[in-house]
Design a protein around this ligand. Sequence first.
Ligand code: SAH
Length: 221
Amino acid sequence: MIAAYQYDPFATLRERMVQSQLRARGIADERVLAAMLRVPRHEFIPERYRDQAYEDHPLPIGEGQTISQPYIVASMLEALELKPEDRVLEIGTGSGYVTALLAELAAEVFSIERHATLAAEARRVLARLGYTNVKVIVGDGTRGFPPCAPYDAITVAAAAPELPEPLLEQLAEGGRMIVPIGPPDAQQLHLIRMQNGRPEITLREPCRFVPLVPNVNETVE
Ligand code: SAH
């Protein structure tokens, strides 16, 4: 789904971000680049950090969480090889920025966030921007979201100590999952492709994410 955007004073900064942080570092997927040129990242960032929205680093979004650096977002999206008809599961909605990008690149997005306050704010921004093909769910993403499985793509925005088994079970044949795996201060992005019922794992770049916090006492609503 492509939301219609009005004139945006941040457009020049966004263009610069796409050129210097993404294209220049090897992001080549034109659909990903176009989506990142369109989605107003600053709308997902708290007022006091908004002037840094297009800079080359993560930013605080509340609840001790962060919105990821643009490059790592692009790299993860590129790895997922999304098609317009795909159904996607996102673990860790956070600000909702990646949710919006997924909504531009795929047909349907289910996104799980454990902090109800972040989920509520993300829902509000996504609705205001006109995204209707996303559902933000409060709950524990390590369990995935079985009611709508299987998914053509799964993206995990928080660091897991090991591959969460329920997510693997919810990945469709031919599906792709991108997940940072490793200890709290140094992870590596793992790309998993489900081929003939078996996960094929490719290691990608090192990264650093907030931890995936499992088994919260919330039921998925
Ligand atoms: N892509 C997001 C990044 C958010 S940071 C953005 O662009 O803003 C990762 C998010 O994962 C945080 O909001 C954190 O609360 C959430 N998270 C951590 N563990 C989780 C879990 N078990 N289930 C769901 N969300 C979780």
